[in-house]
Design a protein around this ligand. Structure first.
Ligand code: SF4
Length: 310
């Protein structure tokens, strides 16, 4: 544990819990964390999934984020997936669907929303070797499709991107893509290449470091983002920045460190998830936003909280 800006262990027991409901997947990523034999492993029985949900709720308490993940969770029968979301909601947890999006149709997302789903994280990147999509730029069409499927539903939309040697140079452009869609995308997560599982790319190159990835994110956002003002976990594990987008421009929402420090650890809800720091961040940036909104009253609608994570 780390003192200071870190929240986990001080105000919340855990950031999120992964609930793996299958090891099967309809893709074969070059950096997949699953084992070689994962496709042959039988799904966890539904009753066991329910037991684990109860266990998570009793260990970590109400409001804990639970990532319904795999493998690809949408490969489970729809009725089972709905039942899992419902059970998580009944247990007082906050379920998020982590999917590669291939089978996450709008119809399925709508049904899951009816069951209580409020977050969806799409994993879309070049490690997936989707046919006809050799670069992150070309994959923006796939991302647009994911956004369209979730638009209008009561879902916070996240995107996961694995950073590897082959797409490192594209990160600033990808961040600009997310900034330009801040009306729909609430969190962009960048996960560094890791030598684990059945992935074939193995160890990351020297360029792929947390500091370099943060720098690429700041470059793409067009603003020096502070990845150290608020930490969910240890900085060696994950780092967050919170940006406000106004008139298409990103602003660091946590640049008033002394002001932010006054609120850290006081309110469990405000510190439970970085995205929920948005009201606080708005206060911190009030002056800057006021400058923006003076030039355009439309900016009031355009101002959106946006989280970038490395
Ligand atoms: S990383 Fe995720 S999407 Fe890719 S093959 Fe593995 S489980 Fe499937």
């Amino acid at each position: 544990m780390e003192a200071g800006a870190q929240l986990i262990g001080r105000t919340v027991p855990i950031g999120c819990v992964a609930l793996e409901i299958t090891q099967r997947c309809n893709l074969d990523c070059t950096l997949c964390y699953l084992s070689e034999s994962s496709q042959a492993i039988k799904d966890v029985p539904l009753e066991e999934v329910f037991r684990r949900i109860g266990d998570i709720a009793s260990r970590y308490g109400e409001g804990t984020n639970v990532q319904i993940t795999g493998g690809e969770p949408t490969l489970r029968p729809r009725a089972e997936l709905v039942a899992i979301v419902e059970r998580a909601v009944e247990a007082g947890l906050r379920p998020a669907l982590f999917t590669n999006g291939v089978r996450a149709s709008r119809a399925l997302l709508a049904v899951l929303c009816g069951a209580g789903l409020r977050e969806v994280a799409f994993h879309v990147d070049t490690t997936q070797q989707r046919k006809g999509y050799a670069t992150e730029r070309t994959l923006n069409g796939v991302r647009d499709e994911c956004i369209a499927r979730a638009r209008g539903l009561p879902l916070a939309v996240y995107f996961n991107t694995t950073v590897h040697d082959g797409n490192f140079a594209e990160l600033p452009a990808l961040v600009r893509y997310f900034v330009n869609r801040s009306d729909a995308v609430r969190l962009a997560s960048f996960q560094l290449q890791a030598d684990t599982g059945r992935g074939v790319l193995r160890a990351r190159g020297q360029l792929i470091t947390p500091a370099n990835v943060c720098a690429q994110i700041s470059q793409g956002a067009g603003a020096a983002l502070d990845f150290d003002a608020v930490r969910v976990g240890h900085a060696c594990c994950n780092r967050y920045a919170l940006a406000l987008i106004a008139n298409g421009r990103a602003h660091d929402a946590l640049d008033e460190r002394r002001f932010i420090a006054r609120f850290r650890g006081r309110d469990r809800r405000a510190t439970h998830r970085p995205a929920e720091l948005a009201p606080l961040a708005r206060l911190a940036c009030a002056q800057r936003l006021a400058d923006e909104t003076r030039s355009s009253c439309r900016a009031r609608q355009a101002a959106k909280a946006h989280v970038l994570r490395a």
